[in-house]
Design a protein around this ligand. Structure first.
Ligand SMILES: [Zn+2]
Ligand SMILES: [Zn+2]
Length: 239
């Protein structure tokens, strides 16, 4: 579950440098999947209060820090961390001890596009192996690309281009997704399937029976409460 955390940081009066370091620390925490991107910094005479959303109860445990977070922690003097309450607008995340397979799901307002197939909840990124280098930046950028496309479709163009980018597995955006799935499955040593979102899922006539990439007949998911309805085993795509 996402939590709201308050971090108290000592100030020695070097405000400009301190604020820059605090912002870098928060950026490193974000790129390591430990916190969401938005934060508030309250400034007082001898200290700051930073309010942040952390991606799970134990997200700020030092065992999850990478070298970039630790480097910044040498420059920022944290004197107290308190987790105040739940972020009321979020659902719980995955707490499974082991995984079967993973889904890459483009969604809005989330910290991680990687879902667990067992509980079908998002997995805070810091609990998984980094995707590229030591961080998760490419996965976080993937969420942002989807958000940009979705916003362009919903609030702007509603045109064929944005629609296809989201719904056609052969689009540039979904090729990027399939590429992430392929490469991350090598790192995680388990299948990572791509979810193709349907912008018109409420309409019956949009219900597809064959894979939009290879044309094979789709396998139906018998669980009506699942986050997907159909699957192409060959392409490792869920619809
Ligand atoms: Zn799970
Ligand atoms: Zn297929």
């Amino acid at each position: 579950m996402y939590k709201i955390a308050k971090i108290k940081i000592e100030s020695n009066g070097q405000k400009l440098e301190e604020l820059e370091n605090i912002e870098w620390l928060l950026t490193m925490y974000y790129r390591n999947g430990q916190v969401l991107e938005n934060y508030l910094i309250e400034e007082y005479d001898n200290y700051y209060f930073v309010t942040i959303t952390i991606t799970d109860d134990d997200a700020l445990d030092s065992k999850y820090n990478n070298k970039y977070v630790n480097d910044m922690l040498k420059k920022v003097k944290i004197t107290d961390i308190s987790i105040t309450t739940n972020d009321a607008l979020t659902t719980d995340s995955c707490h499974c001890n082991e995984y079967d397979r993973f889904y890459l799901i483009p969604s809005l307002d989330i910290s991680s596009p990687i879902y667990c197939s067992k509980c079908e909840r998002e997995i805070p990124l810091y609990k998984l192996q980094p995707f590229y280098g030591d961080e998760y930046t490419l996965l976080l950028d993937y969420i942002k690309t989807y958000q940009a496309l979705y916003n362009l479709y919903i609030y702007g163009l509603k045109d064929n281009y944005t629609e296809k980018e989201i719904m056609n597995p052969k689009s540039k955006f979904n090729k990027l997704g399939l590429n992430i799935c392929k490469n991350y499955s090598k790192i995680l040593k388990k299948d990572v399937l791509l979810k193709i979102n349907n912008l018109f899922y409420a309409e019956d006539d949009s219900d597809i029976s064959h894979c939009l990439k290879c044309g094979n007949e789709l396998e139906v998911n018998n669980n009506p409460y699942s986050i997907y309805n159909k699957e192409c085993k060959k392409c490792k795509i869920i619809y």
